[in-house]
Design a protein around this ligand. Structure first.
Ligand code: SF4
Length: 443
């Protein structure tokens, strides 16, 4: 019996899929990437992105047609808005939330899925097994043998006016630090080279369990100690933090441990005070610049990435220019700039989406030019210097080349290098730089 799990979303959805796959494999299914081969097909989607939702509908319509020809059970999970959940219940055999994952074998059994596992384990045993664990304790089937995502927190309490995540994933819940450290230790033992701590608001870690859990800074320190003790080389990242909870002790912790990567992804969304208030971001430009100055002081080699929305409801040309100025002041290495589109469920969806598609495209182009300028200045200064990189894969755009990243997550293409270096650290000398990438040779 084969199962196919399709992921349509962000790193969090990918991490959810890894845990779903693991539960299904334990039931006796063989995993496949070919939908046509599967008798159990699921989709893990982000219901806040309209594109992902459109794809879910087109997939389930196709799969439901297949049911005329073969036995097929379908399920959907991930970040699902309550309104979509109601519609999905009519189309899928099973809709579940990630915190119900331990109950998946029982739920599938109730949908008529019988496997060797369920034949061996009558329903009562399955239910007992469900009760033993929460979804974070499910060992994932990692999709890479040298990079791994580790969820540390789920949900969000921030309610930014443009975002529907608090309605799809619920309120912030921190995973037990003992579980996180246990998973990180297992990854270190497996010689994983890159670990990314995941959550909607990683740096508000522990705030929902004050007095019972450690802070985010102390979680980073505990991971740093594991790294130190192991004597192994690996890089630990986290995404995404919120500026409101980005305290100096987090940056100090990163400075103190070699394995904590010197790269900070800190979404700012806008460089305009009034727009930040309208976005309900709960931080101002001064707060943001203070964090940046702490990063520059304590982590002088760190790269800084951000997320920006252009064309948010009511955004003026002047407000866009304030964002451009902030970008010039911070000198971001990377900015993921998105054109605003209303998210069903989010507060701003009730406001007029008054910036035309053409204006949004022009604003995106304007900020992309600014990004290219600051990024190129940084990249150009790297020419002739040597850096350690992690080889991620064969370069899909150039035969015989490898796609790698520095500790600061800057992409470096190495030409004429053997493919068996994928998954290893290498030293490269930077030979040329472009606006958003670099080229180097093995040293
Ligand atoms: S954008 Fe705002 S509301 Fe959405 S997940 Fe991030 S902090 Fe939470």
């Amino acid at each position: 019996m084969k199962c196919c799990v399709v992921t349509l979303g962000c790193q969090m959805n990918q991490s959810d899929s890894e845990r779903i796959r693991s539960v299904i494999e334990k039931m006796g299914f063989e995993m496949t990437d070919v939908e046509e081969e599967a008798s159990l097909i699921g989709v893990v989607a982000c219901s806040v992105r309209q594109k992902a939702i459109d794809k879910v509908y087109s997939k389930i319509q196709k799969w439901n047609k297949w049911k005329n020809e073969k036995q097929l059970v379908t399920f959907v999970s991930g970040c699902i808005l309550p309104a979509d959940e109601v519609k999905f219940l009519k189309l899928f055999d099973l809709v579940f939330r990630m915190n119900e994952l331990p109950e998946l074998p029982t739920m599938l059994y109730q949908c008529g899925v019988t496997t060797e596992f369920s034949a061996r384990n009558p329903l009562n045993d399955l239910q007992r097994e469900d009760e033993r664990t929460d979804f974070w304790q499910v060992d994932p089937t990692y999709s890479s043998n040298f990079e791994a995502y580790v969820p540390i927190q789920n949900g969000c309490d921030k309610f930014c006016s443009f975002c529907a995540v608090p309605y799809t994933r619920g309120r912030e819940v921190s995973r037990a630090s003992a579980d996180i450290l246990n998973e990180v230790q297992k990854l270190i033992d497996r010689d994983v080279k890159s670990i990314t701590l995941l959550g909607q608001n990683v740096n508000s870690y522990g705030l929902d369990k004050k007095g019972e859990e450690i802070s985010f800074a102390n979680l980073l320190r505990a991971i740093g100690e594991l790294g130190k003790k192991s004597g192994k080389k690996f890089w630990v990242y986290f995404t995404s933090p919120h500026p409101r909870d980005m305290t100096r002790d987090v940056i100090e912790a990163i400075a103190d441990y070699e394995c904590l990567a010197k790269q900070i992804h800190l979404p700012v969304q806008s460089g305009d005070e009034k727009l930040l208030r309208r976005m309900n971001r709960n931080h101002n430009i001064e707060d943001y610049l203070t964090i940046v100055s702490d990063i520059r002081e304590l982590l002088p080699t760190a790269t800084i990435f951000t997320d920006i929305i252009v064309g948010f409801s009511g955004e003026t040309d002047e407000q866009l220019e304030n964002t451009a100025q902030l970008m010039l002041d911070v000198k971001f290495n990377m900015a993921y700039i998105a054109k605003y589109s209303p998210r069903v469920g989010a507060r701003a969806a009730r406001w007029e989406d008054d910036i035309t598609p053409q204006q949004k495209s022009e604003r995106l182009a304007r900020l992309t030019e600014v990004l290219k300028r600051t990024s190129y200045e940084h990249n150009e200064a790297m020419i002739g210097k040597t850096f350690e990189v992690l080889v991620e894969r064969e370069d899909p755009r150039k035969a015989g080349a490898l796609a790698t990243r520095t500790e600061g997550k800057l992409p470096v293409r190495i030409v004429d290098a053997p493919s068996d270096l994928v998954g290893t650290f290498q030293r490269v000398e930077i030979t040329s730089a472009s606006e958003l990438s670099l080229t180097g040779k093995l040293v």
